[in-house]
Write a new protein. Structure first.
Length: 382
């Protein structure tokens, strides 16, 4: 039986006419993008750019320039440099704004809101802060890069590059010119549909540590600290620095117990307890917490076997999934399905999930197994 511990953070002829219309729309789109395309540059040459795999003391840099259009589509060309050897690349992709917190004016007056007995703090005159998330690839599927750039233009990319039949895992640090100003819309806030609810939790990435020059080692392990930063910002609007939380925790990955201690110190509402129930009742329990506007800090045993923290910020009842903010914006995904036939899911026979941390008032124990495991046990009994 798998054990799931719960901590709570209080924290999807007619043909001829149709073809003509489609052609006209294509022409209109092409014309609009031609007139709205803007020049951008990514200069990723800061110290710390590196080749993660194959292991070795290798450096990595990139210089990319091109355009972004009115639909946030990117066309970039330039060079990726591995160990001082440049390689020409042509990339395309998308950019989008992501909400990362609030800009609070100096001496702003706090605004308090009661959420079912827990206090949320906002500030008069505060404005939303955004970063720009980027995904890039080439047409031959030899290059796949993701990253973020922030309002101060600092950021970076990380991912995989295949050169001369050798696959490199790389990470770049640097700046963007023109990117932040030209990304349009606000797609990070999903529209609530019937049977769904999403909370306005800022998204943060543990790779901020790498982009800010704190090194790959910290960035690759700070999922717990990053989730703590998201929930602290949600409740207190104080833009915590992930590095400060990493230092507070002794330069080590944050455990659930350490997260609870940190939340107590920064006045983030938090209960610790256990919950007993079936898979369905656990799903309903998490949905109830979201309905009361309390996002959840959860840990999973990931597909790589490592314990990984994420934030549950919403659900879609019809599609049967939870909406997450996964702090690992490199390989993470922001959906968790309820059942194991849907991909990343709540419980599997391979121990994908071992613990859930959710709000609970008192001590019951939640212990259950996945559908596959239960079937296997029943078969063994026969």
């Amino acid at each position: 039986m798998k054990k799931i511990w719960v901590i709570g953070v209080i924290g999807i002829l007619i043909c001829s006419v149709g073809l003509a219309i489609a052609q006209d729309q294509t022409k209109e789109y092409a014309a609009s993008t031609a007139t709205t395309s803007k020049q951008i540059t990514l200069c990723l040459d800061k110290p710390g750019g590196l080749v993660i795999e194959p292991s070795g003391d290798r450096t990595a840099q990139a210089y990319l320039s091109g355009t972004i259009d009115g639909k946030n589509c990117l066309l970039l060309a330039g060079t990726i440099t591995i160990d001082d050897t440049p390689y020409a690349v042509d990339l395309e992709g998308k950019a989008e704004k992501i909400f990362v917190g609030w800009n609070v004016p100096k001496d702003a007056k706090p605004i308090y809101r009661d959420l079912h007995g827990k206090t949320m703090t906002r500030y008069e005159g505060a404005t939303r802060m955004y970063a720009c998330a980027v995904e890039l690839s080439d047409k031959s599927n030899q290059i796949s890069l993701k990253g973020e750039f922030f309002e101060d233009s600092i950021g970076g990319l990380h991912g995989s590059v295949v050169i001369d039949e050798t696959k490199y895992e790389v990470a770049f640090r640097g700046t963007s010119d023109g990117l932040i100003d030209e990304v349009v819309h606000d797609p990070d806030q999903p529209m609530d549909a019937r049977g769904s609810k999403y909370l306005d939790v800022p998204q943060r990435s543990q790779w901020e540590l790498y982009y800010d020059g704190h090194g790959y080692d910290a960035a690759s392990r700070a999922c717990g600290e990053t989730c703590a930063a998201m929930l602290e910002e949600y409740w207190n609007s104080n833009s915590p620095d992930i590095w400060d939380i990493w230092v507070w925790n002794g330069y080590a990955p944050m455990s659930p117990t350490e997260a609870e201690l940190y939340f107590d110190e920064v006045d983030v509402p938090c209960y610790k307890g256990d919950y007993q129930g079936s898979l369905l009742s656990t799903i309903n329990h998490v949905m109830q917490r979201i309905n009361t506007e309390w996002p959840l800090y959860i840990t999973e045993e990931s597909q790589w076997g490592n314990c990984h923290a994420v934030v549950v910020r919403g659900y879609h009842d019809t599609q049967q999934n939870f909406a997450l903010w996964d702090p690992n914006t490199w390989t993470g995904t922001n959906l968790m399905s309820w059942y194991d036939w849907q991909g990343r899911h709540l419980l599997t026979s391979k121990r994908m999930y071992t613990r859930i941390y959710a709000e609970m008032t008192s001590g019951l124990t939640d212990t259950f197994t996945s559908v596959k495991e239960q079937k296997s046990k029943n078969e063994n009994k026969k």
